[in-house]
Write a protein that binds this ligand. Structure first.
Ligand SMILES: Cc1cc2nc3c(=O)[nH]c(=O)nc-3n(C[C@H](O)[C@H](O)[C@H](O)COP(=O)(O)O)c2cc1C
Length: 175
């Protein structure tokens, strides 16, 4: 897909007709790995859930009802980052951001992921409202990783309109 079209057409989708096949999912995750990261340390981690029984169990236990409904029929990707690596040197934060840099790198990774999904013909919903403790226990995610988002991926069953963006003057200053 042409890049501008990709940017123009991506939306958060809250209704799915079906999930995604394994090869397409693996392809999207490979493209997400191409995102830049601090010193190329690549601390983003993904837990891709595609097995129907595991999906239903996770959705029921770890998502509030609105996100459970929005992500029905979609696959789920839990994204995490390994803590205390990015932005750290000799065991101490190199500046005031600390583990915020790990979160920053994961955000870049996830941005690549949702655009790669769109380019491959799938839509996504990033969900920050989820129960991290339940996810950690169900998927066996180590404590060394911070659980951030759960991303639904699948075939869209709706055509959401563009959510408004703030006026550029409100968010950008030119010097
Ligand atoms: C970090 C993050 C967390 C989000 N969490 C949720 C969520 O829990 N549930 C939901 O329905 N949407 C969630 N969203 C989607 C936003 O509401 C959506 O991106 C925003 O309204 C802009 O719409 P658009 O993605 O269609 O451009 C989240 C988005 C981000 C980036």
């Amino acid at each position: 897909m042409e890049f501008k079209t990709l940017i123009d057409e991506r939306r958060s989708v809250r209704k799915y007709t079906e999930g995604i096949d394994h090869e397409a999912l693996a392809g999207i995750l490979r493209e997400a790995q191409r995102a830049p990261s601090w010193k190329n340390q690549q601390t983003a981690r993904c837990y891709a859930v595609e097995t129907p029984e595991i999906l239903e169990d996770l959705r029921a236990a770890a998502l509030p009802s609105f996100n459970r409904n929005s992500s029905a029929h979609a696959a789920l990707i839990v994204t995490t980052y390994v803590k205390d690596v990015v932005g750290f040197g000799d065991g101490a934060p190199v500046n005031e951001i600390g583990n915020g840099w790990g979160a920053y790198d994961l955000g870049l990774h996830d941005a690549y992921l949702i655009l790669a999904a769109k380019n491959a013909g799938y839509d996504t919903l990033i969900m920050g409202i989820r129960d991290a403790d339940v996810i950690r226990e169900k998927l066996g995610i180590p404590r060394s990783e911070e659980i951030m988002s759960v991303i639904a991926v699948g075939k869209s069953g709706e055509a959401p309109s563009l959510r408004p963006r703030k006026a550029m003057e409100e968010v950008v200053r030119f010097f």
